[in-house]
Write a protein that binds this ligand. Structure first.
Ligand code: DX5
Ligand code: ZN
Length: 229
């Protein structure tokens, strides 16, 4: 299966998190926001790395016909290496693994070998130093702005300093790395995150739990665009 191109590195991307959508109608949820979003963020939870269980490769596969967007799979799982191939086969375009899991170099190498775009994620309390050694080997750095496991939590402003630091390091080294934030992003926190240097904004509740998910996605994009000026 071909992969979908992620688009230019560093461009503003709105990535709706399907975790907050109606699981009984995920395909329709994706179509509803398509016009105002760029990627699809897929939150995978295994009940081990995080205390929640969400979805796996069969759901990615079922959703693939409903969207031509880049599928950004966020693996909150204890054994990512074991499942990367299954996600690629199901239609994932990029997979992001957590640095807290360990065995990071192997996971990055395996994802790369599978033809996936490679992301590395860090929890709010994981220091930038933990991900810094891998920056030259990845396509995306995901800085969590909530502790992973559940949608609908409040944005942690204390992560903004780490976002700024990451942006400075990425730019100073001229790395082709997207900087993504995930957790509690709405049209207010999106402004702070973009000002700090994030270019990929994941939003779940602030899109899918709204009366009009399409309008909500557009509002987040508009806020982010004005913050980038
Ligand atoms: C948290 C997930 C997030 C979450 C975001 O574990 O990684 O992607 O779904 O949801 P909101 O936007 O509701 O915080
Ligand atoms: Zn996520």
């Amino acid at each position: 299966m071909e992969t979908v191109d992620a688009g230019p590195v560093g461009a503003l991307r709105i990535a709706p998190s399907i975790l907050a959508a109606d699981f009984g109608a995920l395909g329709a949820a994706l179509r509803a926001v398509d016009a105002e979003t760029d990627w699809v963020h897929v939150d995978v939870m295994d009940g081990h790395f995080v205390p929640n269980i969400s979805l796996g490769p069969p759901v990615v596969s079922a959703l693939r016909p409903y969207s031509e967007r880049f599928f950004d799979c966020h693996l909150m799982i204890a054994e990512p290496v074991r499942y990367l191939g299954a996600f690629r086969a199901a239609g994932a375009d990029g997979c992001t693994v957590h640095v807290e899991v360990g065995d990071t170099a192997a996971a990055i190498a395996d994802a790369r070998a599978l033809g996936l775009r490679v992301g590395l994620a860090a929890n709010p309390d994981t220091p930038f130093d933990a991900v810094a050694p891998f920056l030259g080997d990845i396509d995306l750095l995901l800085l969590m702005t909530v502790f992973p496991g559940f949608g609908g939590q409040s944005f942690m402003t204390e992560v903004l300093d780490k976002v700024s630091l990451a942006r400075r390091e990425i730019d100073a080294a001229r790395l082709d790395v997207d900087l993504e934030v995930d957790g509690g992003i709405d049209r207010v926190s999106a402004v702070d995150a973009v000002r700090a240097g994030a270019n990929v904004l994941v939003a779940g509740s602030a899109i899918f739990q709204q009366h009009s998910p399409l309008d909500a996605a557009r509002a987040i994009r508009d806020a982010a665009v004005s913050a980038r000026r």
